[in-house]
Design a protein around this ligand. Sequence first.
Ligand SMILES: *Cc1c(COP(=O)(O)O)cnc(C)c1O
Length: 535
Amino acid sequence: MDREKYDKLVNTFFKWDQQSILTIFEELLSAAAAADAVPGAPVMSQNYETARENPEINILPGNLKDARDAIFPFFWGTESWNSPLHLENVRGPANHASLIGALACLLKNPNLCTDRYSQRSNELELKAITSLANLTFYHTQDPWGVFTIGGTISNFYGAKIGLERVLPGTMQNGLAASGAKVVGICSAAGHYSNQTIAGWIGIGTKQLIKIPTDENLSMRLDLLEAELESRYQSDCLVAFIVATFGSTDGFGIDDVAAIREIIDRVSRKYSKPAPQLHIDAAVGWALTFLTDYDLKKNELKMSEKLIEIVQRVQLACKSLQYADSITIDFHKMGRGHYPSSAFIVNRREDLKYLARSVSDTPYFAEATANRDPALFTLECSRPGIGPYTVMASLDGIGLMGWRMLVARSLELAQTLKDRLSQLNYCRVLNANTTGPSVNWWVLPKGRDANEIFDRLLAGKLSPADQQRYFNEIRRLYEKREMTADPARDAKLGFTTDYGFNPYGACIPAWKAVFFNPQTDDSVIDRIIYSLEDLV
Ligand SMILES: *Cc1c(COP(=O)(O)O)cnc(C)c1O
Protein backbone atom coordinates (compact mmCIF):
# COMPACT_ATOMS: atom_id res chain seq x y z
CA MET A 1 0.00 0.00 0.00
CA ASP A 2 1.06 3.56 -0.66
CA ARG A 3 2.38 4.42 2.77
CA GLU A 4 2.42 8.16 2.15
CA LYS A 5 -1.24 8.25 1.21
CA TYR A 6 -2.11 6.06 4.14
CA ASP A 7 -0.23 8.26 6.60
CA LYS A 8 -1.90 11.37 5.24
CA LEU A 9 -5.30 9.74 5.71
CA VAL A 10 -4.54 8.72 9.28
CA ASN A 11 -3.11 12.12 10.12
CA THR A 12 -6.19 13.89 8.82
CA PHE A 13 -8.84 11.78 10.52
CA PHE A 14 -7.22 10.31 13.60
CA LYS A 15 -4.45 12.66 14.78
CA TRP A 16 -5.54 15.40 17.12
CA ASP A 17 -5.48 18.59 15.08
CA GLN A 18 -7.09 20.95 17.53
CA GLN A 19 -6.96 23.98 15.25
CA SER A 20 -8.80 22.34 12.34
CA ILE A 21 -11.43 20.97 14.67
CA LEU A 22 -11.86 24.30 16.44
CA THR A 23 -12.16 26.20 13.17
CA ILE A 24 -14.97 24.00 11.99
CA PHE A 25 -16.69 24.08 15.39
CA GLU A 26 -16.60 27.86 15.25
CA GLU A 27 -18.12 27.85 11.80
CA LEU A 28 -20.91 25.56 12.93
CA LEU A 29 -21.50 27.65 16.05
CA SER A 30 -21.71 30.80 13.94
CA ALA A 31 -24.13 29.17 11.55
CA ALA A 32 -26.30 28.06 14.46
CA ALA A 33 -26.19 31.54 15.95
CA ALA A 34 -27.17 33.07 12.61
CA ALA A 35 -30.16 30.75 12.33
CA ASP A 36 -31.18 31.55 15.91
CA ALA A 37 -31.01 35.28 15.29
CA VAL A 38 -33.99 35.08 12.93
CA PRO A 39 -36.77 33.24 14.76
CA GLY A 40 -39.38 31.84 12.45
CA ALA A 41 -37.18 32.16 9.35
CA PRO A 42 -38.10 29.46 6.86
CA VAL A 43 -35.76 26.47 6.82
CA MET A 44 -34.51 24.89 3.60
CA SER A 45 -37.00 22.56 1.94
CA GLN A 46 -36.20 18.86 1.93
CA ASN A 47 -35.00 16.98 -1.11
CA TYR A 48 -36.41 13.53 -0.56
CA GLU A 49 -36.81 13.17 -4.34
CA THR A 50 -33.21 12.16 -4.91
CA ALA A 51 -32.05 11.20 -1.44
CA ARG A 52 -32.23 7.59 -2.51
CA GLU A 53 -31.24 8.00 -6.15
CA ASN A 54 -28.10 9.98 -5.37
CA PRO A 55 -26.27 8.07 -2.69
CA GLU A 56 -22.75 8.46 -4.16
CA ILE A 57 -19.95 9.04 -1.75
CA ASN A 58 -16.68 10.79 -2.48
CA ILE A 59 -14.08 8.57 -4.11
CA LEU A 60 -10.92 10.11 -2.74
CA PRO A 61 -10.07 10.75 0.90
CA GLY A 62 -10.78 14.35 1.77
CA ASN A 63 -10.38 16.34 4.96
CA LEU A 64 -12.44 17.61 7.87
CA LYS A 65 -13.96 20.33 5.70
CA ASP A 66 -15.32 17.65 3.39
CA ALA A 67 -16.92 16.12 6.44
CA ARG A 68 -18.38 19.53 7.25
CA ASP A 69 -19.62 20.04 3.71
CA ALA A 70 -21.19 16.61 3.62
CA ILE A 71 -23.56 17.45 6.44
CA PHE A 72 -23.87 21.23 6.29
CA PRO A 73 -27.02 21.59 4.16
CA PHE A 74 -28.83 19.18 6.45
CA PHE A 75 -27.56 20.95 9.54
CA TRP A 76 -28.68 24.28 8.11
CA GLY A 77 -32.02 22.83 7.12
CA THR A 78 -32.82 21.71 10.67
CA GLU A 79 -34.39 23.92 13.32
CA SER A 80 -32.80 24.01 16.75
CA TRP A 81 -36.11 24.73 18.53
CA ASN A 82 -34.39 27.56 20.33
CA SER A 83 -37.11 29.97 19.26
CA PRO A 84 -39.45 31.05 22.07
CA LEU A 85 -42.30 30.68 19.56
CA HIS A 86 -42.12 26.87 19.60
CA LEU A 87 -45.00 25.66 21.75
CA GLU A 88 -46.28 22.74 19.73
CA ASN A 89 -45.03 19.77 21.73
CA VAL A 90 -42.99 18.44 24.64
CA ARG A 91 -39.73 19.56 23.17
CA GLY A 92 -37.56 22.34 24.48
CA PRO A 93 -34.39 24.11 23.49
CA ALA A 94 -31.32 22.22 24.71
CA ASN A 95 -29.60 24.00 27.59
CA HIS A 96 -25.94 24.90 27.29
CA ALA A 97 -24.79 23.01 30.39
CA SER A 98 -26.09 19.97 28.55
CA LEU A 99 -24.11 21.04 25.47
CA ILE A 100 -20.89 21.12 27.50
CA GLY A 101 -21.67 17.68 28.89
CA ALA A 102 -22.50 16.28 25.46
CA LEU A 103 -19.32 17.64 23.86
CA ALA A 104 -17.18 16.23 26.66
CA CYS A 105 -18.84 12.88 26.15
CA LEU A 106 -18.21 12.92 22.40
CA LEU A 107 -14.53 13.66 22.95
CA LYS A 108 -14.08 10.51 25.01
CA ASN A 109 -16.82 8.46 23.37
CA PRO A 110 -17.30 6.00 26.22
CA ASN A 111 -19.33 2.84 25.79
CA LEU A 112 -21.34 2.28 28.95
CA CYS A 113 -21.74 -1.45 28.49
CA THR A 114 -19.05 -2.30 31.01
CA ASP A 115 -16.74 -0.59 33.41
CA ARG A 116 -13.68 -1.57 31.46
CA TYR A 117 -14.85 0.30 28.34
CA SER A 118 -15.83 3.47 30.15
CA GLN A 119 -14.17 3.80 33.60
CA ARG A 120 -15.37 6.95 35.34
CA SER A 121 -18.13 7.47 32.78
CA ASN A 122 -19.83 4.42 34.28
CA GLU A 123 -19.42 6.02 37.67
CA LEU A 124 -20.98 9.18 36.27
CA GLU A 125 -23.98 7.16 35.12
CA LEU A 126 -24.41 5.80 38.63
CA LYS A 127 -24.18 9.30 40.08
CA ALA A 128 -26.63 10.80 37.59
CA ILE A 129 -29.10 7.95 38.05
CA THR A 130 -28.91 8.22 41.83
CA SER A 131 -29.46 11.99 41.69
CA LEU A 132 -32.56 11.49 39.54
CA ALA A 133 -33.76 8.66 41.79
CA ASN A 134 -33.45 10.84 44.90
CA LEU A 135 -35.44 13.56 43.21
CA THR A 136 -38.22 11.37 41.91
CA PHE A 137 -38.63 8.52 44.40
CA TYR A 138 -38.23 11.08 47.15
CA HIS A 139 -37.03 8.87 50.00
CA THR A 140 -35.43 5.90 48.37
CA GLN A 141 -32.94 3.48 49.89
CA ASP A 142 -31.34 1.45 47.18
CA PRO A 143 -32.25 2.64 43.69
CA TRP A 144 -30.44 1.61 40.52
CA GLY A 145 -30.89 2.24 36.86
CA VAL A 146 -29.49 2.99 33.45
CA PHE A 147 -29.76 5.53 30.70
CA THR A 148 -31.53 4.35 27.58
CA ILE A 149 -32.13 5.79 24.14
CA GLY A 150 -35.64 6.99 24.91
CA GLY A 151 -38.75 6.92 27.03
CA THR A 152 -40.11 4.08 24.95
CA ILE A 153 -37.15 1.89 25.85
CA SER A 154 -37.28 2.94 29.51
CA ASN A 155 -40.97 1.94 29.63
CA PHE A 156 -39.97 -1.30 27.93
CA TYR A 157 -37.67 -2.15 30.84
CA GLY A 158 -40.53 -1.58 33.29
CA ALA A 159 -42.88 -3.84 31.34
CA LYS A 160 -40.25 -6.55 31.00
CA ILE A 161 -39.57 -6.62 34.75
CA GLY A 162 -43.32 -6.91 35.28
CA LEU A 163 -43.57 -9.84 32.93
CA GLU A 164 -40.73 -11.67 34.67
CA ARG A 165 -42.21 -10.80 38.05
CA VAL A 166 -45.54 -12.49 37.33
CA LEU A 167 -44.21 -15.19 34.99
CA PRO A 168 -40.70 -16.06 36.15
CA GLY A 169 -38.58 -17.72 33.51
CA THR A 170 -40.29 -16.10 30.53
CA MET A 171 -36.88 -14.78 29.47
CA GLN A 172 -35.70 -18.36 29.01
CA ASN A 173 -38.86 -20.31 28.24
CA GLY A 174 -40.89 -17.78 26.30
CA LEU A 175 -44.46 -16.71 26.90
CA ALA A 176 -46.03 -19.74 25.26
CA ALA A 177 -44.39 -22.19 27.70
CA SER A 178 -46.52 -21.08 30.63
CA GLY A 179 -49.77 -21.02 28.71
CA ALA A 180 -50.80 -18.12 30.94
CA LYS A 181 -53.05 -15.26 29.94
CA VAL A 182 -51.28 -12.03 30.69
CA VAL A 183 -52.15 -8.36 30.21
CA GLY A 184 -50.66 -4.95 30.90
CA ILE A 185 -52.56 -1.84 31.95
CA CYS A 186 -52.18 1.88 31.32
CA SER A 187 -54.60 4.78 31.05
CA ALA A 188 -56.36 6.02 27.96
CA ALA A 189 -54.19 9.14 28.21
CA GLY A 190 -51.01 7.03 28.38
CA HIS A 191 -48.38 7.33 25.70
CA TYR A 192 -48.66 5.18 22.57
CA SER A 193 -45.28 3.64 23.44
CA ASN A 194 -47.17 1.40 25.88
CA GLN A 195 -48.83 -0.16 22.88
CA THR A 196 -45.54 -0.52 21.04
CA ILE A 197 -44.11 -2.29 24.07
CA ALA A 198 -47.04 -4.67 24.51
CA GLY A 199 -46.43 -5.73 20.93
CA TRP A 200 -42.66 -6.03 21.20
CA ILE A 201 -42.67 -7.78 24.53
CA GLY A 202 -44.87 -10.49 23.11
CA ILE A 203 -48.08 -10.16 25.12
CA GLY A 204 -49.60 -8.42 22.08
CA THR A 205 -51.08 -4.97 21.66
CA LYS A 206 -54.56 -6.42 22.17
CA GLN A 207 -53.57 -7.38 25.70
CA LEU A 208 -52.85 -3.79 26.67
CA ILE A 209 -55.86 -2.57 28.64
CA LYS A 210 -56.49 1.15 28.62
CA ILE A 211 -58.38 2.43 31.62
CA PRO A 212 -60.49 5.52 30.86
CA THR A 213 -59.50 8.77 32.54
CA ASP A 214 -61.52 11.36 34.40
CA GLU A 215 -61.81 14.95 33.24
CA ASN A 216 -58.39 15.74 34.75
CA LEU A 217 -56.78 13.02 32.64
CA SER A 218 -56.15 10.74 35.64
CA MET A 219 -56.77 7.03 35.39
CA ARG A 220 -60.24 6.20 36.84
CA LEU A 221 -59.46 4.26 40.01
CA ASP A 222 -62.89 2.63 40.21
CA LEU A 223 -62.48 1.29 36.69
CA LEU A 224 -58.93 0.12 37.41
CA GLU A 225 -60.16 -1.84 40.39
CA ALA A 226 -63.03 -3.35 38.43
CA GLU A 227 -60.68 -4.32 35.62
CA LEU A 228 -58.27 -6.04 38.02
CA GLU A 229 -61.14 -7.92 39.65
CA SER A 230 -62.46 -9.18 36.37
CA ARG A 231 -59.02 -10.14 35.04
CA TYR A 232 -58.09 -12.05 38.16
CA GLN A 233 -61.49 -13.74 38.21
CA SER A 234 -60.83 -15.11 34.74
CA ASP A 235 -57.43 -16.34 35.92
CA CYS A 236 -55.46 -13.79 34.00
CA LEU A 237 -52.16 -12.30 35.17
CA VAL A 238 -51.46 -8.58 35.16
CA ALA A 239 -47.78 -7.99 34.40
CA PHE A 240 -47.59 -4.25 34.75
CA ILE A 241 -49.52 -1.08 35.44
CA VAL A 242 -48.07 1.99 33.79
CA ALA A 243 -49.14 5.07 35.71
CA THR A 244 -48.62 8.25 33.72
CA PHE A 245 -47.03 11.17 35.50
CA GLY A 246 -47.67 13.98 33.05
CA SER A 247 -49.46 12.80 29.92
CA THR A 248 -47.96 14.06 26.68
CA ASP A 249 -50.84 16.28 25.59
CA GLY A 250 -52.62 17.54 28.69
CA PHE A 251 -50.27 16.63 31.56
CA GLY A 252 -52.64 14.27 33.33
CA ILE A 253 -51.19 12.70 36.48
CA ASP A 254 -52.28 9.32 37.80
CA ASP A 255 -52.74 8.81 41.54
CA VAL A 256 -49.74 6.60 42.23
CA ALA A 257 -50.41 6.08 45.95
CA ALA A 258 -53.99 5.00 45.30
CA ILE A 259 -52.96 2.70 42.45
CA ARG A 260 -50.41 1.07 44.74
CA GLU A 261 -53.06 0.42 47.37
CA ILE A 262 -55.50 -1.04 44.84
CA ILE A 263 -53.09 -3.36 43.06
CA ASP A 264 -51.64 -4.70 46.33
CA ARG A 265 -55.05 -5.31 47.84
CA VAL A 266 -56.73 -6.87 44.83
CA SER A 267 -53.79 -9.04 43.81
CA ARG A 268 -53.54 -10.33 47.39
CA LYS A 269 -57.25 -11.11 47.42
CA TYR A 270 -56.77 -13.40 44.41
CA SER A 271 -53.35 -14.70 45.51
CA LYS A 272 -51.73 -13.34 42.37
CA PRO A 273 -48.32 -11.70 42.19
CA ALA A 274 -48.71 -7.91 42.25
CA PRO A 275 -47.96 -6.27 38.90
CA GLN A 276 -44.99 -3.98 38.37
CA LEU A 277 -46.06 -0.42 39.14
CA HIS A 278 -44.10 1.50 36.57
CA ILE A 279 -44.35 5.27 36.27
CA ASP A 280 -44.14 6.88 32.87
CA ALA A 281 -42.81 10.25 34.02
CA ALA A 282 -41.13 10.95 30.67
CA VAL A 283 -42.58 14.44 30.69
CA GLY A 284 -43.65 15.01 34.28
CA TRP A 285 -40.57 14.01 36.31
CA ALA A 286 -39.23 17.58 36.31
CA LEU A 287 -42.03 18.63 38.66
CA THR A 288 -40.10 16.78 41.36
CA PHE A 289 -37.60 19.64 41.52
CA LEU A 290 -40.39 21.38 43.42
CA THR A 291 -41.14 18.58 45.91
CA ASP A 292 -39.20 20.13 48.76
CA TYR A 293 -39.56 23.79 47.86
CA ASP A 294 -40.34 25.68 51.06
CA LEU A 295 -43.59 27.46 50.26
CA LYS A 296 -43.58 29.39 53.52
CA LYS A 297 -40.19 30.92 52.93
CA ASN A 298 -40.98 31.24 49.23
CA GLU A 299 -37.48 32.35 48.33
CA LEU A 300 -38.44 32.59 44.65
CA LYS A 301 -41.28 34.99 45.40
CA MET A 302 -43.91 32.89 43.67
CA SER A 303 -47.34 34.41 43.33
CA GLU A 304 -50.22 33.10 45.42
CA LYS A 305 -51.77 31.42 42.43
CA LEU A 306 -48.49 29.69 41.63
CA ILE A 307 -48.03 28.59 45.23
CA GLU A 308 -51.43 26.95 45.10
CA ILE A 309 -50.35 25.01 41.98
CA VAL A 310 -47.00 24.04 43.51
CA GLN A 311 -48.82 22.70 46.57
CA ARG A 312 -50.73 20.31 44.35
CA VAL A 313 -47.54 19.42 42.51
CA GLN A 314 -45.80 18.55 45.79
CA LEU A 315 -48.60 16.25 46.84
CA ALA A 316 -48.47 14.37 43.54
CA CYS A 317 -44.67 14.13 43.60
CA LYS A 318 -44.56 12.62 47.06
CA SER A 319 -46.63 9.67 45.93
CA LEU A 320 -43.92 8.60 43.48
CA GLN A 321 -42.22 6.81 46.36
CA TYR A 322 -44.80 4.02 46.02
CA ALA A 323 -43.62 3.12 42.53
CA ASP A 324 -41.45 0.17 41.58
CA SER A 325 -39.78 1.87 38.64
CA ILE A 326 -39.84 5.06 36.62
CA THR A 327 -39.12 6.51 33.19
CA ILE A 328 -37.49 9.92 33.01
CA ASP A 329 -36.86 11.74 29.74
CA PHE A 330 -34.28 14.36 30.53
CA HIS A 331 -34.42 15.42 26.88
CA LYS A 332 -37.92 16.73 27.46
CA MET A 333 -38.42 19.02 30.46
CA GLY A 334 -34.73 18.77 31.38
CA ARG A 335 -34.01 20.59 28.13
CA GLY A 336 -31.18 18.15 27.55
CA HIS A 337 -29.75 16.62 24.42
CA TYR A 338 -31.15 13.46 22.86
CA PRO A 339 -30.98 10.78 23.98
CA SER A 340 -31.01 11.15 27.73
CA SER A 341 -33.77 8.95 29.02
CA ALA A 342 -33.39 7.05 32.27
CA PHE A 343 -34.98 3.89 33.61
CA ILE A 344 -34.72 3.59 37.39
CA VAL A 345 -35.91 0.97 39.85
CA ASN A 346 -36.78 1.94 43.41
CA ARG A 347 -35.14 -1.22 44.76
CA ARG A 348 -32.04 -2.52 43.15
CA GLU A 349 -32.90 -6.15 43.83
CA ASP A 350 -35.62 -5.90 41.16
CA LEU A 351 -32.93 -5.93 38.49
CA LYS A 352 -32.66 -9.65 39.13
CA TYR A 353 -35.64 -10.03 36.81
CA LEU A 354 -33.50 -8.84 33.93
CA ALA A 355 -30.21 -10.45 34.92
CA ARG A 356 -28.14 -12.46 32.55
CA SER A 357 -25.25 -14.56 33.70
CA VAL A 358 -21.72 -13.94 32.51
CA SER A 359 -22.02 -17.05 30.36
CA ASP A 360 -24.77 -15.29 28.37
CA THR A 361 -22.45 -12.37 27.59
CA PRO A 362 -19.25 -14.23 26.71
CA TYR A 363 -17.20 -11.32 25.50
CA PHE A 364 -17.75 -9.51 28.78
CA ALA A 365 -16.28 -12.45 30.65
CA GLU A 366 -14.77 -10.20 33.28
CA ALA A 367 -18.11 -8.49 33.99
CA THR A 368 -19.48 -8.06 37.48
CA ALA A 369 -23.07 -7.03 38.04
CA ASN A 370 -22.02 -4.22 40.33
CA ARG A 371 -20.35 -2.21 37.67
CA ASP A 372 -21.37 -3.68 34.38
CA PRO A 373 -24.84 -2.84 33.14
CA ALA A 374 -24.32 -5.17 30.18
CA LEU A 375 -25.39 -7.99 32.46
CA PHE A 376 -28.97 -6.76 32.46
CA THR A 377 -29.45 -4.08 29.79
CA LEU A 378 -31.35 -4.61 26.55
CA GLU A 379 -28.65 -2.71 24.74
CA CYS A 380 -25.05 -3.82 24.43
CA SER A 381 -23.18 -0.68 23.32
CA ARG A 382 -24.62 2.30 25.14
CA PRO A 383 -23.89 6.01 24.65
CA GLY A 384 -22.70 8.23 27.50
CA ILE A 385 -24.70 11.26 26.38
CA GLY A 386 -27.32 10.76 29.11
CA PRO A 387 -25.03 10.80 32.15
CA TYR A 388 -22.89 13.63 30.78
CA THR A 389 -25.75 15.93 29.79
CA VAL A 390 -27.77 15.18 32.91
CA MET A 391 -25.04 15.70 35.49
CA ALA A 392 -23.76 18.84 33.74
CA SER A 393 -27.31 20.22 33.64
CA LEU A 394 -28.25 19.27 37.19
CA ASP A 395 -25.16 20.73 38.78
CA GLY A 396 -24.68 23.61 36.36
CA ILE A 397 -28.22 24.94 36.76
CA GLY A 398 -28.63 23.82 40.37
CA LEU A 399 -31.75 22.92 42.32
CA MET A 400 -32.94 26.52 42.65
CA GLY A 401 -32.27 27.14 38.98
CA TRP A 402 -34.39 24.16 38.05
CA ARG A 403 -37.15 25.30 40.36
CA MET A 404 -37.22 28.64 38.59
CA LEU A 405 -37.40 26.99 35.17
CA VAL A 406 -40.16 24.57 36.11
CA ALA A 407 -42.19 27.11 38.06
CA ARG A 408 -42.01 29.58 35.19
CA SER A 409 -43.39 26.94 32.81
CA LEU A 410 -46.28 26.31 35.19
CA GLU A 411 -46.90 30.02 35.50
CA LEU A 412 -46.99 30.62 31.75
CA ALA A 413 -49.37 27.70 31.23
CA GLN A 414 -51.65 29.08 33.94
CA THR A 415 -51.57 32.53 32.39
CA LEU A 416 -52.68 31.14 29.04
CA LYS A 417 -55.40 29.07 30.73
CA ASP A 418 -56.68 32.17 32.53
CA ARG A 419 -56.67 34.28 29.40
CA LEU A 420 -58.46 31.63 27.33
CA SER A 421 -61.08 31.15 30.04
CA GLN A 422 -62.22 34.69 29.46
CA LEU A 423 -63.19 33.94 25.88
CA ASN A 424 -66.67 32.53 25.38
CA TYR A 425 -65.75 30.66 22.23
CA CYS A 426 -62.82 28.92 23.96
CA ARG A 427 -62.80 26.14 26.52
CA VAL A 428 -59.72 25.07 28.45
CA LEU A 429 -59.84 21.29 28.60
CA ASN A 430 -57.11 20.57 31.14
CA ALA A 431 -57.87 23.43 33.51
CA ASN A 432 -56.91 21.47 36.64
CA THR A 433 -53.75 19.68 35.56
CA THR A 434 -50.56 21.06 37.05
CA GLY A 435 -48.18 21.14 34.13
CA PRO A 436 -46.63 23.25 31.40
CA SER A 437 -49.22 22.35 28.76
CA VAL A 438 -52.57 23.80 27.80
CA ASN A 439 -55.23 21.99 25.77
CA TRP A 440 -58.21 23.95 24.57
CA TRP A 441 -61.00 24.40 22.10
CA VAL A 442 -61.49 27.32 19.78
CA LEU A 443 -64.92 27.58 18.18
CA PRO A 444 -66.38 30.25 15.93
CA LYS A 445 -67.42 33.47 17.64
CA GLY A 446 -70.97 33.27 18.95
CA ARG A 447 -70.63 29.69 20.12
CA ASP A 448 -70.57 28.98 23.84
CA ALA A 449 -67.69 26.54 24.17
CA ASN A 450 -68.41 25.69 27.81
CA GLU A 451 -72.04 24.97 27.10
CA ILE A 452 -71.09 22.68 24.23
CA PHE A 453 -68.55 20.87 26.38
CA ASP A 454 -71.10 20.39 29.16
CA ARG A 455 -73.54 18.92 26.68
CA LEU A 456 -70.82 16.53 25.52
CA LEU A 457 -70.20 15.50 29.14
CA ALA A 458 -73.90 14.96 29.72
CA GLY A 459 -74.17 12.77 26.63
CA LYS A 460 -76.53 15.26 25.06
CA LEU A 461 -74.52 16.19 22.01
CA SER A 462 -75.82 14.45 18.88
CA PRO A 463 -73.16 12.70 16.79
CA ALA A 464 -73.80 15.14 13.96
CA ASP A 465 -73.37 18.19 16.20
CA GLN A 466 -70.28 16.70 17.76
CA GLN A 467 -68.73 16.13 14.36
CA ARG A 468 -69.57 19.64 13.27
CA TYR A 469 -68.00 21.23 16.33
CA PHE A 470 -64.92 19.04 16.16
CA ASN A 471 -64.51 19.98 12.50
CA GLU A 472 -64.79 23.66 13.39
CA ILE A 473 -62.07 23.30 16.02
CA ARG A 474 -59.76 21.73 13.48
CA ARG A 475 -60.63 24.14 10.69
CA LEU A 476 -59.91 27.16 12.86
CA TYR A 477 -56.57 25.67 13.86
CA GLU A 478 -55.66 25.17 10.22
CA LYS A 479 -56.81 28.68 9.40
CA ARG A 480 -54.52 30.11 12.06
CA GLU A 481 -51.62 28.03 10.72
CA MET A 482 -52.17 29.51 7.25
CA THR A 483 -52.42 33.08 8.42
CA ALA A 484 -49.84 33.09 11.22
CA ASP A 485 -46.82 35.36 10.97
CA PRO A 486 -43.90 32.98 11.55
CA ALA A 487 -41.76 35.80 12.97
CA ARG A 488 -44.28 36.73 15.67
CA ASP A 489 -46.93 34.08 16.14
CA ALA A 490 -46.27 31.04 18.31
CA LYS A 491 -46.41 27.64 16.71
CA LEU A 492 -49.13 25.65 18.42
CA GLY A 493 -49.87 21.94 18.39
CA PHE A 494 -53.03 19.99 17.64
CA THR A 495 -54.12 16.63 19.00
CA THR A 496 -57.03 14.56 17.77
CA ASP A 497 -57.48 12.92 21.19
CA TYR A 498 -56.20 14.66 24.29
CA GLY A 499 -56.90 11.66 26.50
CA PHE A 500 -60.35 12.14 28.02
CA ASN A 501 -63.04 10.15 26.22
CA PRO A 502 -66.57 10.66 27.57
CA TYR A 503 -68.93 8.21 25.80
CA GLY A 504 -65.94 7.03 23.82
CA ALA A 505 -65.47 10.33 22.01
CA CYS A 506 -61.98 11.24 20.82
CA ILE A 507 -61.81 14.92 21.62
CA PRO A 508 -59.57 17.16 19.54
CA ALA A 509 -57.69 20.04 21.09
CA TRP A 510 -55.38 22.90 20.37
CA LYS A 511 -52.21 22.56 22.35
CA ALA A 512 -49.42 24.74 23.72
CA VAL A 513 -46.47 23.53 25.80
CA PHE A 514 -44.29 26.01 27.68
CA PHE A 515 -40.84 24.43 27.66
CA ASN A 516 -38.85 27.36 26.33
CA PRO A 517 -37.59 29.61 29.14
CA GLN A 518 -37.45 32.54 26.74
CA THR A 519 -41.15 32.41 25.93
CA ASP A 520 -42.78 35.37 27.67
CA ASP A 521 -46.15 37.00 28.24
CA SER A 522 -45.97 38.86 24.94
CA VAL A 523 -46.13 35.50 23.14
CA ILE A 524 -49.34 34.73 25.05
CA ASP A 525 -50.73 38.18 24.20
CA ARG A 526 -50.15 37.39 20.52
CA ILE A 527 -51.90 34.02 20.82
CA ILE A 528 -55.01 35.68 22.27
CA TYR A 529 -54.85 38.41 19.65
CA SER A 530 -54.55 35.87 16.84
CA LEU A 531 -57.64 34.06 18.16
CA GLU A 532 -59.70 37.23 18.32
CA ASP A 533 -58.70 37.92 14.76
CA LEU A 534 -59.49 34.43 13.58
CA VAL A 535 -62.93 33.45 14.76
C1 LIG B 1 -42.29 11.20 24.88
C2 LIG B 1 -42.98 10.24 25.73
C3 LIG B 1 -42.65 8.88 25.70
C4 LIG B 1 -41.69 8.32 24.71
O1 LIG B 1 -40.41 8.79 24.96
P1 LIG B 1 -39.32 8.87 23.82
O2 LIG B 1 -38.14 9.42 24.54
O3 LIG B 1 -39.86 9.78 22.78
O4 LIG B 1 -39.13 7.46 23.33
C5 LIG B 1 -43.27 8.03 26.59
N1 LIG B 1 -44.18 8.51 27.46
C6 LIG B 1 -44.54 9.80 27.51
C7 LIG B 1 -45.57 10.25 28.51
C8 LIG B 1 -43.95 10.70 26.64
O5 LIG B 1 -44.33 12.00 26.66
